[in-house]
Design a protein around this ligand. Structure first.
Ligand code: ZN
Length: 178
């Protein structure tokens, strides 16, 4: 069983993948046995046309967005295998995003409450406020890392016709790619 070169991508037909009754029994990242099956949507990102400076008004912008939206293709993936390590990674990123999000909110509220209790603006109150805002800014990044598409290394081609697997483990790849 050969090791896939880092950065190697494999394209499989999106419709074929979505309709597949049976997915591999090993995860795409580590090639370890699946402990959980997940379903998720892969959304294609059609290229956006450059807005021309002459022709920019609300109506054409709206029309362009609507056109872009109509070209987005969703591939519904089912029964995708996750190993124990994948499940743990996903759980950790989710937990971190929650800690950052609620922690940030808590610090901001704390700063506001302290300001009210003290009845005057104290420079030190800027610390929980700034840290709180920074945590709030960081939270969505952690949340994005918990996303399944990112976790398993799958995305669709720009037109949505293909699902592209990045660095799939041979144990996973060899079932789908021939
Ligand atoms: Zn895994």
């Amino acid at each position: 069983m050969g090791v896939t070169e880092p950065g190697t991508e494999y394209a499989v037909d999106a419709e074929w993948l979505a309709e597949r009754a049976r997915m591999p029994d090993h995860c795409a990242r580590h090639g370890a046995p699946s402990v959980q099956r997940v379903a998720f949507d892969l959304q294609s990102r059609p290229p956006k046309e450059r807005a021309s400076v002459v022709n920019t008004n609300a109506l054409t912008t709206y029309a362009r967005m609507a056109d872009w939206g109509s070209r987005v293709r969703i591939t519904k993936v089912r029964d995708w295998p996750l190993c124990a390590s994948c499940v743990r990674t996903r759980r950790s990123w989710r937990l971190l995003s929650r800690v950052l999000g609620y922690g940030g909110l808590g610090l901001i509220l704390l700063a506001i409450v302290l300001r009210l209790v003290l009845g005057e603006a104290v420079p030190e109150l800027a610390i929980p406020l700034v840290v709180g805002v920074l945590l709030g800014i960081a939270a969505p990044f952690a949340f994005a890392r918990a996303g399944l598409a990112r976790l398993v290394g799958a995305r669709t081609s720009a037109d949505g016709a293909k699902v592209i697997l990045r660095d799939p483990h041979p144990a996973f790849r060899d079932v789908l790619v021939r």
